[in-house]
Design a protein around this ligand. Structure first.
Ligand SMILES: [Zn+2]
Length: 275
């Protein structure tokens, strides 16, 4: 009997020891679980933090794509095409920038006035557009600018502070006529006098031939604007550029479809300077 009692006693003690061990293990497991939970929380928070900038970036991109601006610019007018261009712009209710040259015929004077009256902007493209003359010296260039300025003020009441260099600011003719440093001197002088000059970042290639194929013009603009939030588009407004006029509605509709709004250039607007 005593023997049996002793054995029972021993097995009870063994059980007690095992129970204590199990309790200890349970505590250890609970601690490990708690540690895992904390680790999990930390990772979750880190993941949330990582998500946020990505979400912000997406919003930014969306904002950018909703704010695309096209600046239609027409050089060398007035011409027999200007009225057709103005009629098209009126139909679509959009405004453009005309870098005009000097012409004192009655029809030209009417065109200068109509450009202004219909809310478009006139820029100065020099009076004579004669490369050899205007690019011979800074003084020659400024005189030509002022001559057109005086005409525009008298006829249309505007004194444009925005300029487009004939041939753009990176043309070869200016260094041939006035030397290598001429363009840099011109730019400095214009800026001192409060003018801003504009090149372009999209060309319609309507100067690639006397009268290029309409399709070349449309394709060139649509390829050129790809990926551009701001597009200053170069067109020409002189008599042979009939296909520029023909291409215009298609180009405007495509730009509208791609979410572009149309703006005019100003001293404070977006600009492109060729380097
Ligand atoms: Zn020109």
């Amino acid at each position: 009997m005593a023997q049996a009692h002793l054995e029972l006693q021993q097995s009870f003690e063994t059980l007690e020891t095992e129970k204590a061990q199990m309790l200890q293990e349970k505590v250890q497991l609970e601690q490990a679980l708690e540690a895992l939970k904390q680790e999990n929380d930390k990772i979750q928070k880190e993941m949330e933090a990582l998500k946020e900038p990505v979400a912000n970036q997406k919003t930014e991109t969306l904002k950018v794509s909703q704010n695309k601006t096209a600046y239609l610019t027409f050089d060398d007018g007035p011409s027999s095409n200007t009225i057709k261009i103005l009629d098209i712009l009126k139909k679509y209710e959009i405004k453009a920038t005309f870098f005009v040259i000097g012409s004192e015929t009655e029809s030209s004077k009417k065109i200068y006035r109509r450009i202004v009256e219909e809310g478009h902007v006139i820029g100065n493209h020099t009076y004579s557009h004669n490369y050899n003359k205007i690019y011979a010296s800074v003084e020659n260039f400024m005189e030509d600018i002022w001559k057109l300025e005086a005409l525009l003020e008298e006829v249309a009441g505007v004194k444009p502070k925005i300029i487009r260099f004939p041939g753009g600011s990176k043309n070869q003719a200016s260094s041939r006529a006035g030397g290598k440093g001429l363009m840099a001197d011109l730019i400095t002088r214009l800026q001192e006098e409060g003018y801003q000059y504009f090149d372009w970042n999209v060309t319609s290639k309507d100067a690639s031939a006397v009268t290029p194929d309409k399709e070349i013009i449309v394709r060139s603009v649509l390829e050129g604007i790809q990926g551009k939030k701001e597009a200053i588009i170069l067109f020409h407004d002189n008599a042979p550029k009939t296909t520029t006029v023909e291409a215009l509605p298609e180009i405007i509709e495509a730009l509208l479809e791609k979410g572009y709004k149309f703006e005019v250039l100003s001293e404070t607007s977006y600009y492109v300077h060729h380097r």
